[in-house]
Design a protein around this ligand. Structure first.
Ligand code: ATP
Ligand code: MG
Length: 388
């Protein structure tokens, strides 16, 4: 009797010492979540995750290779380890459609097995050669490796699908991603989530200057990210009143900077409420006027927690390449205006001094106007829960 399964391998978790069970548990939970819609289930056994019960193998592989913390996925066949002839026949059968060179790699988790690893390699290898005349052995640089693992059962596999790597989502706390419809911010979120950080996201919606399609685009982008990092709570903040007030009351060249300070203030408040330990943006030095070192210092002044900018030293072309790999690029390129382009000043200040920014913002502070507008924005925030 043989049965098929997917063997899920992880890498960095092995270094975690006493914390390893915690990382394994969260990875197992995340893999389960990623394959649930395919009716598959996952079990942890012997430092490996085994996925079974799926009908669509390639969809399942596709879903698992995206889960942060997974290093590789191998479609394997499981067989009774006590029938060594059947193991050899299965190995020969698995190699019948490949050509070139091969070797056998054996791993004996069950040390009581009657052959040791070199003996398994020699005997299985000889049987493969006898039955597949197109193949030759190369133990140094083989085109293919047939793996035999002896555990409760014997496991055989040839193909390995590399996965995204990183650490399991949820092992490193939570952060709030400022998610716009552009190319950059989804990539920024991906990079931080890859290290185990659970994402929440905030989008500032300036209806009717930005319409429903933009909001739908943001939801699609967040949804694409959930395939890697699991559920995301998205906050859609009504931002029109604040943006209009900035436009009316503040000097034109400072409006973008002041808008960004207020995005950060609100993100900081939402982060407080939702136990997010840091903010994430898609900024990169010099990309636009609000991303010079001086401007970044002016935006950071209003927040109380670390701001992560994982793209800070990247070129646009590098960011685009990564967006294409992640799968957010096409959606990001849908041609809807974001609020920043609607209200963009003609000559935004590029080297603002903090004192100047504070002065430019002062008209908003009369009669607690800004405080009240921010309160209304936070109260009017829509919460959307997204799942893989
Ligand atoms: P992106 O391509 O991600 O839109 P960008 O190059 O257009 O970035 P900006 O518009 O200056 O740059 O925005 C810088 C960062 O501020 C974005 O990467 C994002 O993190 C955040 N941001 C901008 N606009 C919004 C918005 N409407 N809602 C939420 N976050 C935003
Ligand atoms: Mg943008």
């Amino acid at each position: 009797m043989t049965s098929k399964l997917l063997l899920v391998k992880y890498a960095e978790i092995h270094l975690k010492g006493q914390n390893r069970p915690y990382f394994q548990r969260l990875l197992l939970r995340n893999v389960r979540q990623a394959v649930k819609h395919l009716n598959a289930d996952a079990q942890l056994y012997d430092s490996r995750i085994f996925v079974t019960g799926y009908a669509d193998e390639s969809a399942c592989i596709d879903a698992i290779t995206k889960v942060f913390g997974v290093h590789a996925v191998c479609p394997a066949v499981q067989i009774d380890k006590n029938d060594f002839d059947a193991i050899c026949d299965l190995a020969a059968d698995l190699m019948k459609d490949v050509s070139g060179s091969f070797k056998v790699a054996a791993r004996r988790a069950d040390k009581r097995f009657f052959l040791d690893s070199p003996q398994i390699c020699a005997q299985v290898g000889a049987h493969i050669l006898r039955n597949n005349k197109q193949l030759k052995v190369d133990v140094h640089q083989p085109d293919h490796v047939l793996n035999v693992e002896i555990r409760d059962q014997a496991l055989l596999y040839v193909k390995t699908y590399p996965a995204v790597g990183g650490l399991p989502t949820g092992t490193a706390g939570r952060a709030m991603l400022l998610l716009s419809g552009g190319i950059d911010s989804p990539v920024a979120g991906f990079r931080i989530a890859k290290r185990g950080v659970q994402l929440s996201a905030v989008y500032y919606h300036s209806f009717p200057y930005t319409g429903e399609p933009v909001k739908e685009k943001i939801i699609s982008l967040a949804k694409i990210l959930t395939a890697y990092c699991g559920p995301i709570r998205l906050f859609v903040v009504p931002f029109t009143e604040i943006q209009q007030a900035i436009h009316e009351k503040c000097p034109d060249d400072f409006t973008t900077l002041i808008m960004r300070r207020n995005m950060m203030r609100i993100a900081d408040m939402l982060a407080d409420k939702n136990k997010a330990l840091a903010l994430i943006t898609g900024e990169s030095i010099g990309q636009v006027a609000s991303q010079t070192l001086e401007a970044l210092a002016c935006t950071d002044e209003v927040v109380s927690r670390p701001v992560f900018r994982p793209l800070i030293g990247m070129d646009k072309l590098e960011i685009i390449k990564e967006a294409q790999q992640i799968g957010t690029y096409e959606t990001s390129c849908l041609p809807y205006e974001d609020c920043c382009t609607v209200f963009t000043p003609r000559h935004p200040v590029t080297h603002p001094k903090l004192r100047q920014a504070q002065l430019a913002e002062r008209p908003l502070l009369d009669d607690d106007l800004l405080e009240q507008m921010i309160q209304r924005a936070v109260e009017g925030t829509e919460v959307i829960d997204l799942k893989p």
